[in-house]
Design a protein around this ligand. Structure first.
Ligand code: ATP
Ligand code: MG
Length: 227
């Protein structure tokens, strides 16, 4: 079977005035279905850039990204939007919830974009909120929840269209270590359910829980460790 995600000699260069910032400098990587992977490395090493490029949030300057064997450079905006909307669920360090919406409404939102009817959106959003242990916080706004709870809402939102891939960019970065470990447990559960889970982290304790660790330095894969 073809890898789920494959990067071939990917480079990302940001041009700042007349200085080139080489955020990714020749990355080759294959990710298979149902892997649990961490990407770890110092600040500025290119982790977020790598995640964005592999998830089609950003295009590489050079090299190619394949999703299920398909060359993403040949996809049009609709096809890329389909991948971002249906294949991948995103979780960010700062949760990125909409402050004036309740937990339930935040989780319902991605289904609105794919045209699900209101009743179905409500039912499904409650189901995923329940899966992350937040049934009794459905009507709370983000400001009325703890950091760990907010991140669980963000995970519920990422899950609601049932994507096969879940990615987190420093999903535990703003949490204390106990809440961080709870979030990691949810990611582990999603992996056990058959999803592919990719977590960018600074935290070696989080990274050590994953089977495959990819170390990034200066825009390159420095080494990989497989348990
Ligand atoms: N939009 C941008 N324009 C210009 N330079 C950028 C841009 N985004 C990132 N960079 C630069 O690219 C390099 C890699 O950035 P990236 O955000 O991928 O690092 P990171 O490993 O995620 O760091 P952190 O751990 O601090 O989040 C850095 O030197 C950064 O300054
Ligand atoms: Mg980053």
């Amino acid at each position: 079977m073809k890898p789920l995600i494959e990067l071939k000699n990917v480079k990302k260069i940001y041009r700042m005035g007349n200085i080139d910032v080489k955020a990714l400098n020749g990355v080759n990587l294959k990710i298979n279905r149902n892997e649990l992977i961490s990407i770890i490395g110092p600040s500025g090493s290119g982790k977020s850039t790598l995640l964005d490029v592999m998830c089609c949030l950003n295009r590489p300057t050079e090299g190619k990204v394949f999703i299920e064997g398909r060359d993403t450079s040949k996809m049009n905006d609709d096809e890329l939007a389909y991948i971002r909307g249906r294949k991948i669920g995103f979780v960010f360090q700062t949760f990125n919830l909409i402050q004036r919406l309740t937990a339930l409404e935040n989780v319902m939102l991605p289904m609105w974009f794919v045209g699900k009817p209101e009743k179905e959106r409500r039912r499904r959003a409650m189901k995923v909120l329940n899966e992350v242990g937040l049934k009794n916080r459905a009507n709370h706004k983000p400001s009325e929840m703890s950091g760990g709870e907010r991140q669980r809402v963000a995970i519920a939102r990422a899950l609601v269209n049932d994507p096969p891939i879940i990615v987190g960019d420093e999903p535990t970065g703003n949490l204390d270590s106990k809440s961080g470990m709870e979030i990691l447990k949810i990611f582990e559960k999603l992996h056990k359910q058959g999803r592919t889970v990719i977590i960018v982290t600074h935290d070696i304790k989080i990274a050590n829980k994953t089977k495959r660790k990819i170390h990034i330095r200066d825009g390159k894969i420095e080494k990989e460790v497989i348990k």
